[in-house]
Design a binder for this molecule. Structure first.
Ligand code: 26Y
Length: 823
């Protein structure tokens, strides 16, 4: 069907210009003559959004017309990044938009793109993965809806003052955000607290129900997600928490105005802020509230959508497949059971069958501190009915376990949803694993470790439930948008189909000995580096030379990611230069970016440490032309787009066994950076594919690390054996990187020389040797470019299109649904 005036939907430059003019006047109340860059950004965004609407509505109509299984991707985080350029690209109107904005006297579309503020509704990898997957789902024409939370404040903005991280509230909505469509008429009610009761219904059936003591309303805010050059436009539905009217009304009547307002504030607090801790589970009550809030709204929404289409709720699992992005939405298992049993009066077995058939769970971490556990009393006070259902799920499950392992009480304790060691708690990973028909890890090594280390008893019970889907990233954002120079080179050489079929990149292998081509390939990289050098100068005042090796580590700051290993290596290089023993080291610009969780003191100290080193190195004339250190503040999606295309060396140096997958590693490789890395997460698969001669490997393997730990690891032994490491540590102790303050980095030094929980000392020497191989390789630019080219050529596997195809065929059993528009 055709739902819009073709003039509004027109996509040539004239139509875009007219659309902008109209929105400037009618939507923004501005005259073109007085419009600011921001006004023009808003006008163009509205004009582009108009052009998504036909596709968006046609996509919804296609499902309404003919039932088709739809993916519901449940995630507490969606780190979608800037929207304008992505929509221009996927619509195919970047050039038309460029021409239209020029008619307003703007020099370049980039000036407008730069104004866009990104919604930071995620911490890092997990949230960004959800965004890549939504884009690939739409591009592969798979009907899908992403369900999450519309946080009023996303991940904090980071500023660096005196070398320390300062957190600033992220007010992404302040100037109005043009990409969302509020749909208050589709709001949902959610309960919290209160009690449960049993009753006999009108037909004489014995039933249970929940009488919550509090309510909130979820108001959906929808963001269209257009696929690349297709009509399919999926939807990201984020819930905002509002207060319910009835409470205010009651309180007003008894004269308690302040009470009423407090209640309203409490409800609206639910979607106020994203928890900024990536990896450490602080077990906060409000976070459990957030989780139940968005999960309940989403499941109600899905059931209602069946009802409005006259599809019986019995057919839930034929029409929906729910993917849980980690355990954050795992309450879905209990909530779906509750909705089916209490509200729709299903029998237990049928409800369980529907739940189990619909739900699948992705695990993103093995770190014990990141595995969600809720204190039983807290859980009971917030979700009493869910706890009853969880007890029943657990009882039936443990009965099954007893039959399988008669007389084995140990295994019952290990598998139970309820953790009985110490104070009792609900283990969300167990709830998710029992409720789901599939559990997957995010890289081959990680999925293997889930089976061998994290949940061996579950894997033994249900071997076929555990699978792997290696992560991927979307080439639309991470090549075409962020590296236009490389994209047009690829278009020229192999045609433009690579963007939806990254396997075609292997054709580049034919060019590996084509000297002219390698020069051109190297020149595109240099362009990216020049742009980044400009940005670095504007942001930090540091002048960096684009001809030096750009050595980059961007990711959340975490001990297991070992930014301090990189920092120590910089000190060693600094000492070599100082001592005149730096014979063949490559001139380098080492760049860091990333946020630390506000309560993670060691990570914040690591930022201070890097900045302390940067201050000393950058001020020392002996380092000129040899070494520069930069900490880029406020790393986010937008900055990532500038960084990946400008990198020569990608630092992926986590302790083996700790990084589930990594996805930055994939973005770097696609853009022709070489990796220095450990055998961890997806690094293993990257190395297998790009070739071990095109990857700088170092460090202990996961099993070597395990052995070390078992046999009593002593970091001091490694320090004693390594003169360069000892000297680096001595310099830090002397306060060389802290203006003589020899206490500042004490906690970091104590950790490294005492327990060294992430084996930094054990891997240091091998890391330094690998960095020497990097330096040596950099001397021969042709050879470096050849290796870089092979990284791009062989990284097609890491497209999220491949990941999504795997999810579709092996877990979700969904097919594409081509959306046609006839007008
Ligand atoms: C429990 C809560 C505080 C929490 C919040 C956020 C726990 C974890 C997280 C975020 C985890 C995360 O981002 N994990 C990363 O997921 C990526 C996508 O699969 C992986 O590539 C990466 O290795 C993993 O650390």
């Amino acid at each position: 069907g055709c739902y819009a005036d073709p003039i509004k939907a027109g996509i040539d430059a004239d139509a875009v210009f007219d659309g902008m003019t109209e929105h400037l006047f009618f939507t923004l109340g501005k005259l073109a003559t007085s419009a600011s860059l921001r006004d023009l950004y808003m006008a163009l965004s509205y004009a582009v959004r108009d052009r998504l609407m036909t596709r968006y509505l046609a996509s919804q109509e296609a499902i309404r017309a003919k039932p088709h299984k739809t993916v519901a991707y449940f995630s507490a985080e969606f780190l979608i990044g800037p929207q304008l350029n992505n929509n221009l690209l996927n619509l195919g109107i970047q050039e038309e938009a460029e021409e239209a904005v020029k008619r307003f006297g703007i020099e370049s579309l980039n000036d407008i793109l730069e104004v866009e503020e990104e919604p930071g509704l995620g911490n890092g990898g997990l949230g960004r993965l959800a965004a890549c997957y939504m884009e690939s789902l739409a591009s592969l024409q798979v009907p899908a809806i992403g369900y999450g939370i519309r946080y009023e404040f996303g991940i904090f903005n980071q500023i660096i003052r005196d070398g320390w991280q300062i957190e600033v509230t992220d007010k992404w909505l302040k100037g109005g955000w043009p990409w969302e469509l509020p749909q208050p008429d589709e709001s949902c009610f959610v309960g919290f607290g209160g009690r449960t009761e049993n009753y006999i219904d009108d037909q004489g059936n014995y039933r249970s129900r929940w009488i919550p003591s509090e309510h909130a309303i979820g108001v959906p805010h929808d963001i269209p997600i257009l696929g690349y050059r297709v009509n399919n436009c999926d939807r990201l539905r984020l819930w905002r928490a509002d207060a319910t009217e009835s409470f205010d009304f009651y309180a007003f009547n008894i004269g308690d105005y302040y009470g009423a307002v407090e209640e309203k504030v409490a409800s609206e607090t639910i979607s106020k802020v994203l928890y900024p801790n990536d990896g450490t589970d602080e077990g906060r009550r409000l976070r459990l509230k957030q989780q139940h809030f968005f999960v309940s709204c989403s499941l109600q929404d899905m059931i209602r959508s069946l009802e409005t289409r006259n599809i019986p709720v019995e057919q839930f699992s034929e029409n929906w497949t729910v993917q849980l992005n980690d355990t954050h939405p795992a309450i879905a298992v209990a909530e779906l059971m509750r909705l089916l049993i209490d509200n729709h009066h299903f029998e237990w077995d049928q409800a369980w069958d529907i739940t189990n058939r619909s739900v699948a769970y992705t695990n993103h971490t093995l770190l014990p501190e990141a595995l969600e556990k809720w204190d039983l009393n807290l859980f009971k006070s917030l979700l009493p009915r869910h706890l009853e259902l969880i007890y029943e799920i657990n009882k039936r499950f443990l009965q099954q376990v007893r039959l399988r392992y008669p007389g084995n009480d140990l295994i019952l304790r290990k598998l139970s949803i309820i953790d009985e060691e110490g104070s009792k708690a609900v283990r969300m990973a167990h709830l998710a694993t029992i409720g789901a028909h599939n559990v997957n890890g995010v890289a081959a090594l990680h999925s293997d470790l889930i089976k061998r280390q994290l949940m061996p008893e579950f894997a033994d019970l249900w071997p076929e439930k555990f699978t792997n889907v290696t992560n991927g990233v979307t080439p639309r954002r991470w090549v075409a948008l962020s590296n236009p120079e490389l994209a047009s080179l690829l278009d020229q050489e192999i045609g433009s189909n690579w963007i939806t079929n990254m396997d075609l990149l292997t054709q580049l292998e034919e060019k590996e000995n084509d000297s002219n081509f390698l020069d051109v390939f190297g020149a595109t990289k240099l362009l990216g580096k020049r742009k980044l050098a400009g940005y670095i100068h504007r942001q930090t005042g540091i002048l960096v030379d684009p001809s030096t090796l750009f050595d980059v580590q961007v990711k959340r700051i975490h001990q297991y990611k070992r930014q301090h290993l990189n920092a120590l290596q910089i000190i060693a290089q600094y000492l070599r230069i100082k001592n005149g023993t730096a014979h063949s080291i490559a001139p380098r610009t080492v760049i860091f970016g990333g946020k630390a969780a506000p309560g993670y003191l060691m990570a914040k100290l690591m930022i201070r440490f890097i900045n302390g080193i940067a201050e000393v190195v950058n001020a020392d004339p002996d380092m000129d032309g040899k070494l520069r250190v930069v900490f880029l503040p406020d790393y986010n999606v937008k900055l990532g787009e500038q960084v990946y295309s400008a990198t020569d060396l990608s630092e992926q140096i986590s302790t083996a066994g700790k990084e589930a997958s990594g996805t930055g590693n994939m973005k770097f490789a696609m853009n022709g950076a070489l990796t220095i890395g450990t055998l961890d997460g997806a690094n293993v698969e990257i190395r297998d594919r790009v070739g071990k001669e095109n990857f700088f490997l170092f460090g202990k393997t996961e099993s070597e690390i395990m052995k070390l730990r078992k046999n009593g690891y002593d970091p001091k032994q490694y320090i004693e054996k390594s003169p360069e490491l000892s000297e680096a540590i001595r310099l830090i102790e002397l306060g060389h990187f802290s203006n003589g303050d020899n206490e500042l980095f004490r906690p970091l030094l104590n950790s490294l020389t005492g327990y060294d929980p992430f084996f930094v000392m054990a891997d240091f020497d091998d890391y330094l040797l690998a960095q020497d191989r990097v330096s040596k390789a950099w001397q021969n630019h042709k050879e470096w470019n050849r290796m870089a080219l092979l990284n791009t050529a062989r990284s097609g596997f890491f497209s999220s299109d491949r990941s999504i195809r795997e999810y579709c065929s092996s877990i979700w059993k969904v097919n594409p649904l081509e959306v046609e528009i006839t007008c």
